[in-house]
Design a protein around this ligand. Structure first.
Ligand SMILES: Cc1ncc(COP(=O)(O)O)c(C=O)c1O
Length: 434
């Protein structure tokens, strides 16, 4: 099918609320390693990986082999029947999850995982109220849209009174107009304040992403997260860390984004990169918390622990452990961050470069003093990069942050190629905005 036909059918048969990147959307046909091709044969260097999901590269032979072996045996069981791929994946994952978080419930999406995590926190504590963060993102269900701290991502009337949002430590735009680290992470006290003033004082949980993804790659400073965990535990809540974007070594040096802070969550969610694009998510927690679900009400997941998705995840994890681990990601990520900082020196439009490992955000502003967001320029950079053969992402509450996160197999040469394309694209966008 040609691109016109695909786009016509998209318009005719798919709901118009599907967000499509680019003024002329990009129907993709195939991928190989770091590259994807559209249906017209154009080649793109993929520095977004289908939203940080193609973690070990397109058409990865190890992952595909695991998928093919499983599809020739059994496609589906439901959680009513144990299957080998399901239990093997759980065992393998337990080798990389933080100590104690070694028991799992699998689902199909990140939304599913965050919602399951919130529910088990409520079951375990017997409380209902949850503290989430402004600018955070949890997904598209009713509860996940409420946990999300961005109005734009709430479709339709959303009203779940048991979620409250505390300030996020968005250091580039500090909610207290202070400067890190001199601020002593003062904004973390907002969590205590929200608990004391906007809840019953008895909370079930706090949920946060170590680097807010959809929120524009906003990293939580390590000391902020440590202090947040203390406040939440003092108030009887469990700490849920959402590793949907930051998991599997994405942030470098550690398997999980929160490990840069030296904290241990009570519950951790993961999805996206877990199975290199096959639909799968998981919630990890302690045996004690998992056991509290017994007798709390029946639950089932038709697609949770799907053997093909689990087989893909087994292959993905094998690849990550053998070849694309956190130390390598830290090294390539540091090279990438250096290059982006060089671009920041060159282009006044770049107000901030931030992130960890292969999760780098570039925030565009019209003026570095006022920090007025530049969403039009961000759109232009997305379009211009595409023309140069580079796919990147975009996000943030103000729609002005480029989200750049290639598959973990990216080499320094790939990074240099991306930086060169970004340099040319930035030159055009910077000139446009003069
Ligand atoms: C941090 C985070 N949590 C949860 C979700 C929801 O995941 P899904 O789209 O798979 O439901 C996302 C999706 O972008 C996410 O970035």
């Amino acid at each position: 099918m040609g691109s016109q036909e695909i786009l016509e059918k998209q318009r005719r048969y798919l709901w118009p609320n599907h967000i499509l990147y680019y003024s002329s959307p990009l129907p993709l046909e195939r991928g190989e390693g770091m590259y994807v091709w559209d249906v017209d044969g154009n080649k793109y260097l993929d520095f977004f990986g289908g939203i940080l999901t193609t973690s070990v590269g397109h058409n990865n032979p190890t992952v595909n082999r695991h998928i093919h072996e499983q599809t020739s045996k059994l496609l589906h069981t439901s959680t009513l029947y144990p299957n080998e791929a399901h239990v093997t994946l759980a065992e393998n994952l337990a080798q990389v999850t933080p100590d104690g978080l070694d028991t799992f419930y699998f689902g199909a999406t990140g939304t599913d995982a965050d919602e399951t995590a919130a529910i088990i926190a409520q079951v375990y504590t017997g409380k209902t109220e949850i503290i989430a963060l402004r600018h955070g993102y949890s997904g598209k269900s009713q509860m996940a849209m409420t946990l999300t701290g961005q109005a734009a991502w709430r479709m339709g009337p959303v009203h779940i009174g048991y979620v409250r949002h505390a300030m996020n430590p968005y250091c580039y735009r500090c909610p207290l107009k202070m400067t890190y680290p001199e601020c002593g992470v003062a904004c973390v006290e907002d969590i205590r304040d929200v608990i004391q003033t906007m809840t019953s004082g008895r909370i079930a949980a706090f949920i946060a992403e170590p680097i807010q993804g959809v929120g524009g790659f906003v990293p939580l400073p390590p000391d902020w997260l440590q202090a947040a965990v203390e406040i939440v535990h003092e108030n009887g809540g469990l700490v849920i860390i959402d590793e949907v974007q930051t998991g599997f070594g994405r942030t470098g040096d550690h398997w999980w984004g929160h490990q840069h802070s030296g904290i241990t969550p009570d519950i951790m969610t993961m999805a996206k990169g877990i199975a290199n694009g096959m639909p799968l998510s998981a919630v990890a927690t302690t045996t004690e918390i998992a056991e509290s679900t017994v007798g709390a009400g029946l639950t089932i997941s038709t697609f949770g622990g799907n053997p093909v998705s689990c087989a893909a995840a087994i292959g993905t994890l094998e690849e990550m452990k053998d070849k694309w681990g956190p130390a390598r990601t830290a090294d390539v990520g540091a090279h990438f961050a250096d290059g982006l900082h060089n671009l920041q020196d060159k282009y006044p439009l770049i107000g901030d470069v931030r992130g960890r490992g292969l999760m780098q955000g570039v925030e565009l502003v019209l003026d570095r003093q006022t920090k007025e967001p530049a969403p039009k320029q961000a759109n232009a950079l997305l379009e211009t990069s595409r023309k140069m053969g580079l796919l990147i992402g975009k996000g943030g509450l103000y729609g002005n942050t480029m989200r750049i996160a290639p598959p973990l197999i990216a080499t320094k040469d790939d990074v240099d190629e991306a930086l060169e394309k970004l340099d040319h694209a930035m030159a055009q966008v910077q000139e446009m905005s003069l």
